[in-house]
Design a protein around this ligand. Structure first.
Ligand code: PLP
Length: 424
């Protein structure tokens, strides 16, 4: 691997680098287990003193190659693949924030993330404050407590399509000596470079554009390796871990301490690791990431402009549109605004249902960000478990239709929406 390679080249060449006579394409190592010549070697691995695979709950050669590619793409020091994006969100925060502690999240978030942060973390004794993403830095400072241990945000929020103010939230994290964790799912490493905008940790639901074909649920956490854990706030990283014979992560793993701890503690104990088959498919998806994203973005912009002009459409929310309040920030941080947008039709929720039910090419599915154009109604589907207030905070109004534009010919997609809107 060459550090100077562009994202496009890394998406294809990094991760699996075969030696003489090995398979050219990443092999699927569908094995739970690994064979050793002597017991002493195995003991070293168990003490995390040597690199190597022990058991596929902790690491696996196929998943390892996917992790290496993700680390290379984001420009991080290491990565950890998880069984779902939800597990990546959970582990990324829980790795630095334990019972009795607190973190801050920009409130425009994926519904599953809101549920995880406000319900499940609460039960585990970790508190979150969801802040208005557009609040001033002075207001944000008021949310900081002595026990605050992380700042969290989404590059482009699902489905609010709010673009994260990286400068403001990274400043908040830096001022307080705590990591800035960014969910770059809609950004993808191709459209957004969170580490260049102050993020310390990046996570993805690889289920979306990384896989890109709707075959594999998965997640990944990438560490920039730049955060200084040794500031007194993170004893779990800088003091002995009794569950590993007193190992000190920052001492044994240096800049790579965060991922080592996440793997050794969370993945070992909870078992939310990615499967080899899903790593194979996610890696295969990554090989065309840049080609797909260019088409997703171009199709979405064309469709957003079409919808914006359509007399039966009430509003369109796509940061790529010049009329969007988010347009300038999108230009600052993003190479493109992804294939996802939201819109509402005149006549509200019931008219929107007519459109959704009349679409022929675009299917109703509980998914987003794959090659096929699809729609979903968040208020009655993905965000159903949230209260009305939480839905509004996440940018979900009752008439909102989430549209994920695929990479079909855009004229066919427009024709489909044309006939569906005509049915109102
Ligand atoms: C889908 C999604 C998640 C959750 O990922 P899963 O793979 O479905 O568990 C987290 N964050 C964002 C932004 C998402 O779109």
């Amino acid at each position: 691997m060459n550090d100077n390679w562009s994202v496009e080249t890394k998406a294809i060449q990094c991760g699996w680098e075969p030696k003489n006579g090995e398979p050219r394409v990443l092999p699927i190592c569908q094995s739970t287990t690994y064979k050793y010549d002597n017991a002493a070697q195995v003991a070293k691995w168990f003490d995390l003193e040597a690199d190597g695979h022990i058991y596929s709950r902790l690491s696996n050669p196929t998943v390892d190659a996917f992790e290496r590619k993700m680390a290379a793409l984001e420009g991080g020091i290491g990565a950890l693949a998880t069984s779902a994006g939800q597990a990546a969100s959970m582990v990324s925060v829980a790795n630095v924030c334990t019972a009795g502690q607190h973190f801050i999240a920009a409130g425009a978030l994926y519904g599953g993330t809101v549920a995880l942060f406000t319900n499940t973390f609460k039960k585990m004794g970790v508190e979150v404050t969801l802040v208005d993403p557009e609040a001033s830095i002075e207001e944000l400072r008021k949310a900081v407590r002595p026990n605050t241990r992380a700042v969290f945000g989404e590059t482009i929020s699902n489905p609010g399509m709010a673009v994260l103010d990286f400068a403001k939230f990274s400043q908040l994290a830096k001022e307080n000596g705590i990591p800035f964790i960014v969910d770059n799912t809609f950004g993808t490493p191709y459209l957004c470079r969170p580490f260049e905008h102050g993020a310390d940790i990046v996570i993805h639901s690889s289920t979306k554009y990384i896989d890109g074909h709707a075959t594999s649920v998965g997640g990944v956490i990438i560490d920039s390796g730049k955060f200084n854990w040794d500031n007194g706030k993170f004893p779990e990283l800088t003091e002995p871990d009794e569950s590993y014979h007193g190992l000190i992560y920052t001492k044994s793993f240096g800049a790579a301490a965060y991922i080592a701890k996440a793997r050794a503690q969370w993945i070992r104990d909870v078992g939310c690791y990615m499967s080899p088959m899903n790593a194979f498919l996610s890696n295969l998806g990554l090989e065309t990431l840049h080609v797909r994203m260019d088409r997703h973005c171009a199709n979405a912009l064309t469709l957003a402009e079409y919808l914006e002009k359509h007399p039966k459409v009430a509003w369109v929310n796509y940061p790529g549109l010049k009329s969007s309040k988010q347009h300038d920030r999108a230009k600052k941080y993003l190479k493109g605004c992804s294939g996802v947008m939201t819109f509402g039709v005149k006549g509200g929720r019931s008219a929107g249902e007519i459109v959704m039910d009349s679409l022929q090419l675009a299917a109703i599915v509980v998914h987003v960000a794959d090659v096929r154009t699809c729609v979903l109604h968040p208020a009655s589907m993905t965000h159903r478990q949230l209260t009305d207030a939480e839905q509004l905070a996440a940018g979900v109004t009752p008439d909102l239709i989430r549209l994920s534009v695929g990479i079909e010919n855009v004229n066919d997609i427009i024709a489909d929406f044309d006939q569906a809107l005509a049915k109102i």
